[in-house]
Design a protein around this ligand. Structure first.
Ligand SMILES: Nc1ncnc2c1ncn2[C@@H]1O[C@H](COP(=O)(O)OP(=O)(O)OP(=O)(O)O)[C@@H](O)[C@H]1O
Length: 577
């Protein structure tokens, strides 16, 4: 389990620790299985030289050891598999939790094309290893059991054998190190590939219309990256496979050495020592092969663990209580929200000047309609994110009703807002605690002329397959129904037709204000700036103006569904969750 207290220290032992009882049980049962195999080999070796009087006891030992082998290997397989699956489940849960709790600016800078492979590929790599883990464990124990038996047969021969095995293992270790760096590199290329996949999925229309770019993406980006991954993986796996073949040859060399050395160096030792060594070493080939065969999977799992640990470290946050029971969330009314002496800067890319917002002083009172205006890149969205408590200011304070918002209260504070960002995400469910939501939703669907397209069934919108403008209207409905005291619209009207743009500025905002809402709107529609109570202008990260607008006009040039509904009773404020 990754915790914020041990970021960057994700390793196999750390993953196993929470399940130590199961692990211990698996190891003990594996030991029973391994020792029984070694015992069985000893019985077979003894049987080769036994007289007829020993048959009964040999059969009994044989049968008993077979039963123990079954119990040991099945038991260790079951417990180790359970551990593996629990580790993967725990990783998945804790990664999802990390992302839900991650500081927004970290999440934004990490980028989706890097995030998704960690959640899928890296967790899968660990999952693959977890799948092989039982066999890995049992093979390890069987090899250990066999070595013990060899030591019991003949110490000197065992030492020679152990020395040769150690030599082979060292060669493996070096080959594995080089293989690991290959897996690492391949994993970095996979992030690039993910980015290119997103390009062809999200830029499909543009690529269809632009042959040179399509060719560039296909050949220079995708094919080249795919080939690189394949070359690096082939190189890394070739190395490991060669090391494995050499390891097998080395095992036969060990057998040969045992056969040659025994009569030469220890002529008095019984022939059962030689046959025991041959039997055991031949048998050990299987588990050793299995151990070595799993090294690529172990290598990938280690690379994956490093990536997951890196993500975990980046996403460490002071707000540890974000996943607590939602019933605790406060959605009270507010009197004011305020930025006092707030400044914020993004991390600058190399050789670039970072964008700095502020210092900004801004106080928004309950029931105000505030427009935030300014050129592209002047910092409007950044200002909003600071006001929403999504970014933590580098300097200055965020205040609610004059009281500073601190780490412990920031999430409660954020529950005051409903937002429709320029890059909003449209949820298809209405998450409310009362039964009235679907009715309310229907009312607003009518009002925004979506009723013929979308309905609400079982607390869900029937479809979100709508035009860009319609989807944004649906997002507005969602925002409205949530019934929170402050609504924030980031260029909501940008992709609405002129009629709905007018409805939004001249009617919906007024209706919301009448319902007691505080409304913050980022807008480039200077035609409608008069609809704001106050205009806040940003220029290059600095607040340039904060002035009341002229008297708001209430003329309604067109009888829209909104006004019809208003007539029906806009006073029916959707109840708060
Ligand atoms: N995640 C980020 N990392 C680094 N710089 C960023 C990031 N997000 C925004 N910026 C920079 O901060 C500046 C302000 O961006 P912001 O999105 O607040 O502007 P804006 O006024 O909302 O622009 P627009 O009208 O185009 O939406 C820009 O120069 C932008 O490059």
């Amino acid at each position: 389990m990754i915790t914020s207290s041990n970021p960057g220290k994700l390793h196999i032992a750390g993953l196993l620790r929470p399940y130590w009882k199961l692990v211990l049980c698996g190891i003990l049962l594996g030991l029973v299985g391994g020792a029984s195999v070694a015992g069985l080999l000893a019985v077979v070796n003894k049987g080769l030289y036994a007289g007829s009087g020993d048959v009964g006891s040999l059969i009994a030992s044989f049968a008993g050891l077979c039963v123990l082998i079954v119990i040991g290997s099945v038991g260790s397989d079951i417990s180790a598999n359970a551990v593996g699956q629990k580790i993967v489940a725990s990783l998945r849960k804790s990664l999802a939790a990390k992302i839900l709790m991650a500081p927004i600016d970290q999440l934004e800078s990490y980028r989706a094309h890097r995030l998704i492979p960690v959640l899928t590929k890296d967790v899968d790599a660990i999952s693959d290893f977890a799948f092989f883990f039982p066999a890995f464990l049992v093979s390890g124990v069987v090899v250990a059991g066999c070595l013990v038996y060899l030591a019991l047969l003949s110490w000197p021969l065992f030492l020679v054998t152990a020395a040769l095995i150690a030599l082979g293992s060292f060669a493996h270790f070096r080959a594995r190190q080089r293989g690991m760096s290959g897996f690492n590199l391949a994993r970095q290329y996979e992030d690039d590939l993910q980015k290119h996949y997103r390009t062809i999925a999200e830029g499909a229309k543009e690529l269809r219309l632009h042959r040179p770019r399509r060719h560039h993406v296909h050949v220079d980006l995708i094919q080249r990256t795919v080939d690189r991954i394949s070359d690096v993986q082939i190189g890394a796996i070739n190395l490991l496979v060669t090391a494995r073949a050499l390891g097998t040859v080395m095992l036969f060399m060990v057998i040969g050495t045992a056969l040659v050395l025994r009569p030469l160096l220890w002529p008095d030792s019984p022939p059962s020592v030689s046959s025991g060594f041959v039997l055991v070493l031949l048998f050990m080939r299987g588990p050793i092969d299995q151990l070595i065969g799993m090294l690529p999977s172990l290598g990938r799992a280690q690379v994956a663990m490093r990536r997951i640990a890196d993500l975990s470290e980046r996403f460490a946050t002071a707000e540890q209580d974000l996943l607590e029971d939602p019933a605790d969330a406060m959605t009270d009314r507010i009197e004011s929200i305020e930025l006092r002496g707030v400044s914020y800067s993004f991390q600058a890319a190399a050789n670039e000047t970072p964008f700095v917002l502020g210092p900004v002083d801004l106080r928004i009172r309950r029931g105000e309609i505030v427009f935030i205006v300014g050129d592209n890149g002047s910092g409007k969205t950044t200002l909003i994110k600071l006001l929403l408590g999504l970014y933590v200011p580098d300097q200055g304070q965020l205040l609610r009703d004059g009281v500073p918002v601190i780490g412990a209260t920031r999430d409660d504070y954020r529950q005051l807002f409903t937002t429709v960002f320029a890059d909003y995400y449209l949820f298809d469910t209405l998450l409310r605690h009362d039964d009235q939501a679907p009715e309310g939703a229907q009312r607003y669907l009518d009002r925004l002329e979506l009723a013929h397209k979308v309905s609400v069934e079982n607390g869900m919108f029937s479809t979100t397959d709508l035009s860009t403008g319609q989807r944004k209207r649906l997002a507005l409905i969602n925002a409205w129904i949530e019934g929170r005291p402050v609504l924030v619209f980031d260029e909501w009207a940008a992709d609405q037709d002129p009629a709905f743009r007018q409805v939004f500025y001249t009617e919906l905002l007024a209706d919301l204000k009448r319902l007691g809402k505080t409304i913050i709107v980022i807008s480039h529609d200077d035609r409608y700036f008069h609809c704001a109570d106050r205009l806040v202008r940003l220029r290059n990260g600095q607040l340039q103006e904060d002035r009341p607008t002229q008297q708001r006009r209430h003329a309604r040039p067109r009888r829209s569904p909104a006004s019809r509904l208003q007539d029906e009773g806009a006073s029916q404020e959707p109840s708060r969750a």
